[in-house]
Design a protein around this ligand. Structure first.
Ligand code: NBG
Length: 827
């Protein structure tokens, strides 16, 4: 047999073989239009241009992707695997073009055909494979890993239907299916050669040979295929391209021919439908666990596929799994992939023959776990009988891990109640497996996502585990990528800053500090304000197009966009709007500062109260906006279908950012960071990352109000009622009365009965308790806005001091303290 000739991939050795001048790009775009899309350029439609540009950009990415993959393989560096059920990526074209620094040249190239790049970019569907903060953080982290040179691979699920589309019909949320893949997805590459079998159900056989520990063999009853789809993630300046690998489920047998031939045409497809259902749709709930079997199947499916892939790659480059933890770091993004701990143990012990203790050592050294919420309803736990039926061997392993942990705790003198708090099995609620405990004990590092959240983790959910493993919990405050959230979404501000302080901040966003002294420069303040005004005018255009509401760009744009949740307190914001509405009408003589209150966000389809809050926002908007007596001094807008692309328009257009969660409940927040980076002032509670934002921007430049986390806990111990506060606070009482007497819904006056009575009887979210402080702070902001010099100076200081909240900083901290990987860390 003759030796296989070595074939060099085009471009692998030459990182920049392609010319990036507009002539070359224009020629290549037409070439793609002709030979890949098979359209004559004169007949090309808008979508054809999108596709042609994407393909031209993609070719450049592929060259760099090969080069990065080669470099990582040859260097034998430790790889980081980020396991996440969600990646809320949004559009990719602008990000890729920006990071490859092709924006000007492509714009120029397209102009030759009378095509606008901005128009083309808007046609791309959002990849909405996530619910909110947790999924968007994963997307920022992927981009930052590529930008800071961490060899990172993301593993997740290729949902056919991402996060639902939201429409508002007569004020209420309606959910519609999302179909991002219908026109194909030019960013993904199907990898049939990376297909794995994933088992479910069945039984465990135990083989006992004399003198040896028993061997367990899992014989699943059901098998499903996991097929890989890879998407390139381009880092800043295109220096590194990492991979996001998403798994799609397929049946082993696409059709049962026996059944089909005997006439059972539906039955013939049952198995393939059941298999494909696993990756069909994203669960649309953040911070709430549904407890359904399909969800557990999703979690195990993508965890098991990712681990097989990681092990196969490792064994391709190493002799054994002994050094797995030296070469591999796996980060569990929340508990969704926590079953990986049991699955890796199974692979090490049952398949690769490791002794239990050694396997446990490798497992713990490999995993890290990030917690993203303290909300009890979000902490995942699975009924034992479901878990056992679906994953019988993993259940046995969890019992054994639990026995080890409990033994360790007893040896250290833990008492019965401490041990039951630590236990991986919750005996109190019909016996359940606690995924948080599993993730915790199976990881060498456990982190929270802001300083406050991390401290609260130690005091609350993981108090006893923290006592048992004192060094395990650490903090890694979240961050956001400045490429998407400043450079791409706010080119006006990026241009102004580049002129004023030079381009250094593009590579190191902490250099934004150099803009700090410009807060004192009247000329700069004017230009900064002009950029903001243009961004507000752009948002006003979008709102006018979509909702036919006209806004004045000189009013305060006061914005709250995020998931709708009681703890995030959109309700408090709406009540304040109503109180303001009442006051404007009662005191027309006063000098009111014109204000626009903007809301956007989705509610989980089964979350009744959250949907009522959306309905209320829309009802209130309808009444206020059509009341001539407010003389346009107040407008309320609810923009439907909040998503990443809409956020890119909203963040740069805010004067005021609402971060008003009940203290102690928002783990971090990341929207808060995007707003402030773009020069919005924050009104917020001392919660999540707001606490650290206060430290960085300084107390004169952020507006903090309300109860602190310990005060909330204290008050909850004392009373749950809001009644006495409502009764003694006229502004609040009138606003609440207006809601309960049907002022905003005369067609159905009792609509908000439950919402309102909860304020009286159980002010769990501290809406009444915090109302007055919130109102006062808002009026103070009204006055400040009239002193534009002062306001703009504060806004500039926000932008200048937010560099620390870059996800590049977060990733460097993870790389140094948890993964021991990344540049300078040769394993
Ligand atoms: C969310 C928190 C946010 C936090 C993001 C990212 C979940 C379960 N948690 O406060 O609510 O910013 O995670 O860490 O979605």
């Amino acid at each position: 047999m003759s030796a296989t000739p070595k074939i060099e991939p085009m471009g692998a050795k030459v990182p920049e073989p392609r010319q990036n001048d507009p002539d070359t790009l224009a020629r290549q775009i037409v070439e793609k239009m002709t030979y890949s899309i098979c359209k004559h350029p004169e007949q090309a439609r808008k979508y054809d241009w999108l596709r042609a540009v994407t393909l031209v950009v993609r070719d450049r990415i592929i060259d760099r992707w090969f080069a990065s993959t080669d470099r990582i393989r040859q260097s034998k560096d430790k790889r980081v695997y980020y396991l996440s059920m969600e990646f809320l990526i949004g559009r990719l074209l602008r990000d890729a073009i920006n990071n490859l620094q092709l924006t000007g040249a492509i714009r120029e190239a397209l102009k030759r055909y009378n095509v606008e790049l901005d128009m083309v970019e808007l046609l791309e569907p959002d990849a909405a494979l996530g619910n909110g903060g947790l999924g968007r953080l994963a997307a920022c982290f992927m981009e930052s890993m590529a930008s800071t040179g961490v060899p990172g691979v993301g593993y997740g699920i290729r949902y056919v239907h991402g996060f639902f589309r939201q429409e508002i019909a007569e004020g209420a949320q309606v959910e519609l299916p999302e179909t991002w893949l219908v026109h194909g997805n030019p960013w993904e590459f199907e990898r049939r050669d990376s297909t794995y079998e994933i088992g479910f159900g069945g039984k465990v056989l135990t083989q006992q040979e004399p003198g040896k520990p028993p061997r367990h063999v899992w014989r699943p009853a059901e098998r499903v295929l996991a097929v890989a789809y890879d998407t390139p993630i381009v880092g800043w300046r295109g220096e590194q391209v990492n991979t996001l690998r998403l798994w799609s489920a397929q049946a082993v047998d696409p059709i049962l021919l026996d059944a089909f031939n005997s006439g059972d045409h539906i039955g013939a497809l049952v198995e393939s439908n059941k298999a494909e259902a696993i990756t069909r749709v994203l669960y649309p709930a953040d911070s709430h666990q549904a407890g359904q079997e399909l969800r557990l199947r999703q979690e195990y499916f993508f965890s098991a596929a990712s681990l097989q892939d990681i092990i196969r790659r490792h064994l391709g480059e190493n002799d054994s799994l002994d050094n797995l933890a030296d070469k591999v770091a796996i980060q569990l993004n929340d508990t969704h992939p926590a079953v990986s701990v049991a699955e890796l143990m199974r692979l090490l012990v049952d398949v690769h023959g490791y002794e239990w203790g050694k396997a446990w050592e490798i497992t713990r050294a490999t995993f890290g776990y990030t917690n993203h919420t303290l909300l009890p309803e979000a902490l995942e736990h699975w009924p034992i009988n479901l878990f056992e039926r679906l994953l019988p061997r993993q259940m046995q392993i969890i019992y054994q891990i639990n026995a080890d942990v409990i033994r360790e705790a007893s040896q250290k003198g833990f008492d019965g109640s401490q041990i039951s708090a630590i236990s991986l099995i919750d005996e109190g609620h019909g016996r359940r497996v606690r995924m948080g405990q599993l993730a915790f004990v199976g990881s060498h590092a456990v982190n929270g996502v802001s300083a406050l959240h991390t401290e609260l983790m130690k005091e609350t959910v993981f108090r006893n585990l923290h006592d048992l493993y004192r060094d395990r919990i650490q903090n890694k405050t979240n961050g956001v990528t400045p490429r998407r959230w400043l450079m791409e979404s706010n080119p006006g501000l990026t241009g102004l800053l580049t002129e004023a302080i030079g381009p250094g901040f593009l590579d190191d966003v902490e250099k934004l500090r150099d803009a700090d002294p410009l807060a004192g420069d009247a000329g700069f303040r004017d230009r900064f304000a002009a950029v903001k005004r243009a961004n507000k005018a752009r948002l006003a255009d979008v709102i006018s197009d979509r909702l036919a509401i006209t806004l004045d760009p000189d009013a305060i744009f006061d914005i709250q966009v995020k998931r709708i949740h009681e703890y995030k307190r959109q309700f408090l914001n709406i009540i304040e709007a109503i109180a303001l509405y009442n006051q404007i009408r009662a005191h027309p003589e006063k000098d009111w500062t014109p204000r626009v209150k903007i809301f956007a966000g989705k509610a989980a389809p089964s979350y009744v109260q959250a949907k009522e809050i959306i309905h209320l926002a829309n009802d209130v908007a309808r009444v206020i906006n059509s009341d001539p007596s407010v003389r346009d001094l107040l407008k309320v807008v609810f923009i439907p279908n909040y998503n990443v692309s809409l956020a890119e328009i909203i963040m740069p257009a805010a004067d005021l950012s609402e971060q008003i969660s009940t203290a102690g409940l928002e783990a971090s927040g990341t929207g808060n960071m995007k707003f402030a980076l773009n020069g919005a002032l924050t009104i917020g509670t001392l919660d999540g990352a707001n606490v650290e934002m206060l430290e960085h921007v300084g107390e004169d430049n952020i507006f903090i109000f309300g109860l602190k986390a310990d005060e909330v806990a204290q008050r909850r111990r004392e009373t749950h009622s809001g009644r006495s506060i409502i009764e003694r606070t006229p502004l609040l009482r009138e606003a609440v009365n207006a809601i309960s007497t049907g002022v905003f819904c005369p067609e159905s006056p009792a609509r908000y009965h439950t919402l309102v009575s909860s304020l009286y009887n159980n002010d769990w979210w501290m809406i009444c308790a915090d109302f007055e402080a919130y109102w006062e702070t808002q009026r103070h902001l009204d006055e400040l806005f009239l002193r534009q010099d002062e306001w703009q100076a504060k806004a500039i200081r926000n932008t200048a001091r937010m560099g620390w909240f870059s996800s590049d900083r977060s990733i460097r901290e993870y790389a140094t303290d948890i993964w021991h990987a990344g540049p300078g860390k040769r394993a």
